[in-house]
Design a protein around this ligand. Structure first.
Ligand SMILES: *[C@@H]1O[C@H](CO)[C@@H](O)[C@H](O)[C@H]1NC(C)=O
Length: 401
């Protein structure tokens, strides 16, 4: 019980201390600046969704190492996870991070940012201060944001298909998009789901134990309180604190690692701390509480289905008492799954469930590394050999390279 109050107290404190929505973006390096610091060409694009959100796409159009600007460069879209942003694809630098490895393999690399994160915090119709701004979920990130980013990239590059890779929530919204709008299957040449998350029956993370009793079912008081707000906002003071206490050799080192890996909850044997420190500067990157609540609902219900608003509103929205399932059998694009044994959020048993319903899945790859966890897909010292090289290799195959 104490744990619950601790977590809620922390959430509220974070919410209150960052009542000022003016984030000091100038104090931190943006994705494009980080990319440029390694000598790669980079561009920034803005895409407005049908409901007014302005999303930032960063791009590494070619590699300065290859000087391939005049050659064919098939586009690849990389989509981050919950609380994250485009920085997760570059934090381990050119020798290890997927964005650079793809650029150096000759691809035109696009880094997406979902509505609500620090790079996509504007809406042409709704103010950031309005609760209406936060009235969204990963359902909309999938059906609206991903669709808008894919269409934009295809029209900019003149290609009819792109390759996709997503981490965690980046896989959830991929599955949401292709099951809800199956016409998008034709726009995906291949997809690579890192730490795929759809079913949560067996989640081991403490987050599930502490929070799902409060918000895992609709209609409760906590649900009313928590819905439509920013969840764990990005806060400079907090980040500075963590940054300083994470310095190597600092006495707070273990506190820092433990605190930050609460979400991974599977240890930190493989983490690249230098990369982690860079990530912390722009994380947590902003998300709606509804995204968290929706995941907790899946943990409680054991279904991969739409947001549960309670019987009355479900009837209005869906025409039935409980929310409809996402139909994974509608996903026909060539999709590869990469999952790991020590993932406390989306672990092996839940991947088994996913695979059994995802009948057209091309490949179910299990990472052969006992301690590999959820976050390791984006910051592990050994992720190049274990994950990224495989992804590049498979994409190359589709391109007959
Ligand atoms: C760890 O991250 C740093 C910072 O980006 C990077 O320079 C280094 O190559 C990474 N090492 C590994 C093994 O991932």
């Amino acid at each position: 019980m104490r744990g619950i109050f601790y977590v809620l107290g922390l959430l509220l404190a974070l919410g209150l201390t960052s009542a000022d929505p003016q984030y000091c973006l100038h104090e931190m390096l943006r994705t494009d600046e980080r990319i440029a610091s390694h000598g790669y060409p980079t561009e920034t694009h803005e895409v407005e969704t049908e409901d007014g959100y302005v999303l930032t796409l960063f791009r590494i159009p070619y590699s300065h190492n290859l000087q391939n600007q005049n050659e064919k460069r098939p586009p690849v879209l990389l989509q981050h996870g919950l609380f994250s942003n485009s920085d997760c694809w570059i934090a381990s630098g050119p020798d290890n991070s997927l964005a650079y490895l793809l650029a150096d393999a000759g691809y035109d690399v696009w880094l997406g940012n979902a509505r609500g994160n620090i790079y996509s915090r504007a809406n042409s119709q709704i103010s950031l201060n309005s609760p209406r701004f936060w009235h969204f979920d990963w359902h909309e990130i999938g059906t609206i944001d991903l669709a808008a980013m894919i269409d934009y990239i295809l029209s900019e590059t003149g290609y009819s298909q792109l390759h996709y890779a997503g981490h965690s929530q980046g896989t959830t919204c991929y599955m949401v998009l292709l099951s809800e709008r199956p016409e998008y299957n034709d726009k995906i040449k291949s997809a690579h789901m890192l730490a795929p998350c759809a079913f949560f029956e067996h989640g081991r993370s403490a987050v599930f134990r502490w929070l799902s009793p409060l918000v895992g079912t609709p209609g409760g008081m906590w649900n009313q309180l928590m819905v439509d707000m920013e969840l764990i906002p990005h806060n400079n003071l907090l980040n500075r604190l963590i940054d300083n206490s994470c310095g190597s050799g600092s006495p707070f080192d273990s506190i820092c690692k433990n605190g930050f890996l609460m979400f991974a909850n599977g240890g930190y044997q493989n983490i690249n701390l230098t990369a982690m420190q860079q990530l912390i500067e722009t994380h947590p990157a902003g998300a709606s509480s509804n995204q968290g609540i929706h995941y907790l609902q899946l943990f409680t219900s054991h279904f991969f289905r739409q947001y549960d608003w309670g019987t009355k509103k479900n009837q209005e929205l869906y025409g039935q008492d409980s929310p409809p399932d996402y139909d994974l059998s509608l996903i026909k694009a060539k999709t590869h799954s990469y999952s790991s044994p020590n993932d406390a959020l989306c672990g092996p048993e839940d991947v088994d469930t996913l695979v059994s319903k995802f009948i057209h899945l091309e490949e179910d790859h299990r990472v052969p590394w006992e301690s590999f966890n959820h976050l390791d897909f984006i910051v592990a010292n050994n992720m190049k050999e274990l994950i990224n090289d495989l992804v590049v290799e498979r994409i190359n195959k589709y391109e007959r390279r």
